[in-house]
Design a binder for this molecule. Structure first.
Ligand SMILES: [Zn+2]
Length: 80
């Protein structure tokens, strides 16, 4: 099953429409964008880093097209 790497819960949320869930490894509260693929196990960044270090090899990380568009818009706004 693919893994969705998530930011831990913040208040306020990083984006007001973020979805709150639970890390499949440690159970901490996490948040992700509402357009994230639904068929993924949620994993917090700490658990992902720990697991990636165990494997000792590069991990393929990707993001959805919608997330790429959102990050591009944020970058353009910050650069203007
Ligand atoms: Zn975790």
């Amino acid at each position: 099953m693919p893994i969705l790497i998530c930011k831990t819960l913040t208040m306020p949320l990083m984006f007001p429409d973020n979805v709150v869930g639970e890390c499949a490894e440690c159970g901490c509260a996490v948040q992700h964008r509402p357009h994230a693929p639904p068929d993924c196990a949620l994993q917090c960044m700490d658990c992902f880093a720990e697991e990636a270090a165990k494997h000792g090899k590069p991990v393929k990380v990707d993001m959805t097209d919608e997330t790429k568009r959102e990050l591009g818009a944020i970058k353009r706004k910050l650069m203007s």
